[in-house]
Design a protein around this ligand. Structure first.
Ligand SMILES: [Zn+2]
Length: 250
């Protein structure tokens, strides 16, 4: 019964900035340490897709690591920690902002630096997978079909041209999507991730995949409990997730 469940973790900034899109380096380091200790396998987005297409090929829990926006602190802070554990990660870039700052975030008093292409290329050579987060970090549900197409196609082409590798994965800015956006994304990408708070079930759709917003696992005890959900504990993890999701939506 069941089949494997894969948790796609969602990170943004690894820094001491305040706000729900930042996790401190210390907490991030501890979260990764706990993943390593749990023995749960960390897999790439590509491996996840292989599992999803062959639900019987895999029965264990697994974790996928994703980072939205491509902040400079991914290279400076997160990557060395990931390397220590030999964990692979996928980073989603909004191509207009590569080498700039996150100025789409108007409420930001302190803007954060985004990786320049040179560093993106180095990271790519060192095993980091780069996906698209659109061109302009727009809410894609508000765009006309032609503009939407450019956001999806031009960002993919630019990433592929800059790193010399296929760009197959997409993350919706703000998690915003609808049927039209999903359809268009599936023409250019082999998977897409959103911000719906849940775990994935292997064998289900690989578009608009749910993720775990890691800010809600800032409490390390909570993260340890969640990771501990093997066997009978699976249901405990499931319940914890449901409780958190309720807190998010109310
Ligand atoms: Zn974003």
């Amino acid at each position: 019964m069941g089949g494997a469940a894969v948790d796609i973790l969602m990170y943004h900034s690894i820094s001491n900035d305040v706000g729900p899109t930042s996790i401190t380096p210390q907490v991030f380091s501890n979260q990764m340490e706990m993943v390593a200790e749990s023995g749960i396998q960390v897999i790439s987005m590509d491996q996840f897709l292989v599992y999803s297409l062959n639900p019987n090929a895999h029965s264990d829990r697994a974790i996928v690591l994703t980072f939205d926006d491509g902040f400079q602190n991914f290279a400076d802070t997160a990557f060395p920690i990931l390397q220590r554990h030999k964990f692979r990660a996928t980073v989603f870039l909004a191509t207009d902002y590569v080498g700039q700052t996150d100025i789409w975030e108007q409420s930001n008093s302190s803007s954060k630096k985004i990786l320049p292409w040179g560093v993106v290329r180095d990271l790519s050579r060192n095993g980091v997978v780069f996906g698209s987060h659109s061109v302009s970090h727009a809410d894609l549900t508000l765009l006309k079909p032609n503009t939407l197409k450019v956001e999806l196609k031009a960002s993919k082409q630019e990433i592929e041209c800059k790193i010399g590798k296929a760009c197959k994965h997409f993350a919706f800015p703000y998690g915003r999507t609808n049927d039209e956006v999903n359809n268009m994304v599936s023409r250019y990408y082999t998977s897409s991730v959103g911000t719906r708070f849940d775990r994935t079930t292997v064998g289900s759709s690989v578009y608009n995949l749910p993720r775990l917003e890691m800010f809600y696992f800032n409490h390390l005890d909570r993260w340890r409990d969640y990771l501990g959900g093997r066997g009978a504990g699976y249901f405990a993890a499931r319940q914890l997730l449901r409780k958190l999701r309720r807190r998010l939506t109310t």
